[in-house]
Design a protein around this ligand. Structure first.
Ligand code: ZN
Length: 156
């Protein structure tokens, strides 16, 4: 008889995964691959519509603004502001040390607030994060994959 594994939706299950070093990693697809490829070189690139000259994120085959499917990728500054965020105190994703912040970042190059990068905000206490907070990108290596993350931009 084998002992059954605790469900990952329980604290015990999450702790078990954490002990094993299980951490979530992004899974690039055909559309999002340039974002992750650029991150490997510690650069932040966003998809740009060739037709209406707007930046969009998350990446998509067609422009949500004008519907055109022609696009290229542009390097951006990595600066932005916090559009919204949550603080997870319940270890909802294994491999992270709670509490942690999951935020939507609106890049400064974006002309609309629907352009949002989902990332963690680190380097400060979770209670210091606020909507509208200036942030800048930095790069974190997780299991060999380089991931854009954000921290408070103290120069803005
Ligand atoms: Zn467009």
């Amino acid at each position: 008889m084998t002992m059954s594994e605790p469900s990952v939706s329980t604290r015990a299950g999450q702790e078990r995964l954490k002990e094993r070093g299980v951490i979530p990693l992004p899974e690039p697809d055909e559309v999002s691959a340039p974002y992750w490829d650029a991150a490997q070189n510690e650069e932040l690139h966003l998809q740009h519509c060739s037709a209406c000259d707007t930046i969009r994120h998350p990446p998509s085959p067609d422009c949500p603004e004008c519907g055109d499917s022609s696009s290229d990728w542009r390097r951006v500054s990595g600066k932005g502001t916090v559009y919204s965020f949550i603080v997870d105190h319940r270890l909802m994703v294994p491999g992270f040390d709670e509490p942690y912040v999951v935020a939507q970042i609106n890049p400064v190059e974006a002309t609309r607030d629907t352009v949002r990068i989902v990332a963690n905000i680190k380097g400060c206490d979770t209670s210091e994060v606020f909507i509208g907070m200036p942030v800048e990108v930095y790069f974190e290596v997780r299991a060999g994959m380089t991931i854009p993350q954000f921290k408070q931009d103290t120069e803005s």
